[in-house]
Design a protein around this ligand. Structure first.
Ligand code: ZN
Ligand code: ZN
Length: 107
């Protein structure tokens, strides 16, 4: 993967500390797996640990320096790999580009 604007951020002590504290706070298990277990659609044995702490409001070059977005527990969600992939795929599906006349173009 090409070097991303956010690469440096994931190497900061502030992020590493926030990430570790958040995983502890969330109880160590993927929050969506846990909801599925609660809803009865997933078995307890199939609950996955958190591998990715996801930003609900995705990081952008504009908000990455705002700790209220980048380091706020309110903006974080602990996810397993599957649920994280799903989250980003679903977001991508809904995303449209606009042509120069302002009409949405499916990507
Ligand atoms: Zn999960
Ligand atoms: Zn994410």
């Amino acid at each position: 993967m090409a070097k991303d604007f956010s690469d440096w951020f994931y190497h900061t002590t502030a992020w590493k500390k926030t990430r570790a504290a958040y995983i502890k706070h969330a109880g160590g298990y993927c929050e969506r797996c846990r909801k599925e277990v609660e809803a009865g659609t997933r078995s307890l044995a199939d609950m996955k640990p958190i591998v990715i702490v996801h930003h609900k409001e995705h990081l952008t070059p504009e908000n990455i320096n705002d700790p209220g977005v980048s380091l706020s527990f309110d903006n974080l969600e602990g996810l397993c790999e599957d649920h994280h992939n799903k989250e980003h795929k679903e977001k991508n599906k809904k995303r449209y580009r606009f042509d120069k006349n302002g009409r949405p173009v499916p990507t």
